[in-house]
Design a binder for this molecule. Sequence first.
Ligand code: NDP
Length: 277
Amino acid sequence: MQNAGIRALKLNWRYLAFDVHPDSLRAAIEGAKALRLIGFNLTVPHKLLALEMVDVAETQARRWGAVNTIVFETRDSQGAWVPLARVGEDVIGEVRSHGFNTDADAIVQSLKEDFRWPDLRGAAVLILGAGGAARSAALRLAQEEAATIYLVNRTRDRARQLAADITEHFPRTSVKEGYPSDPVDLVINATSLGLKADDPLPLHLPWLQSRRPARVYDMIYRPKETALLRAAKAAGCKTANGLGMLLHQGAAALKLWSGEEPPAGVMRAALKREVHD
Ligand code: NDP
């Protein structure tokens, strides 16, 4: 996806993947800075750790408590910090790491697009999970003025902590733990259940079949259709997988690094080829 976008923008860059042990994350960030890389993305388990390791974190990254994109910056001739990609190599002096979060906006963008649902205000949402992705989704949906968020998680303390954080930052959204008895507009699976073929469903099947929520979104994108999405479809719910979220967080990262409008169509096609074909 990123290399297809990079090629379409005619940038002489390459997007590569590296396995980094969490104990080496700080050294990896400093190493990338010394190498004058344009930037990078972080994924599990680095997103929460990186927040404390970047030189500066953007407001949204601090609000969602996670960094998934780092942009390396230097000062331009006026002294303002700008991405390395925007200045000539000869003028690069001091370099800093700037942490961003493009995941939270991506989930909302994907929900609006995939369900043709332009306004999430007033929605009642059940979120399964309370890890990093659930946290970004829950807080960002509260920012969109969702009316009620229900949280179900294996480790109840984590759900309780997330509920407290939502209430602290977005007191107008009501937060409840456990399965709703009232109708819900949306269920989001933000657990890792469904990644493996023999995983159990992330929710109670009888609840799904009797309550039939309007929409079910699975953040998992491989497989294309999880057992949850199959069951939701059979129950008559609209369904979508996490491919749109993956696309939008990546497109937003490419925009931060390059300052250019990302070629979303090219990136989506590359992603579908890579992930689903
Ligand atoms: P985390 O490790 O932070 O959270 C995992 C969540 O899954 C926790 O709520 C955890 O519960 C729950 N869980 C894990 N195993 C089980 C189990 N056996 N039974 C019940 N619950 C379980 O991961 P992330 O939040 O980063 O990712 C969550 C999911 O979202 C993953 O599937 C990931 O692939 C997907 N994702 C998709 C993205 C996209 O772009 N489409 C972006 C980011 C994530 P507990 O708290 O009890 O451990």
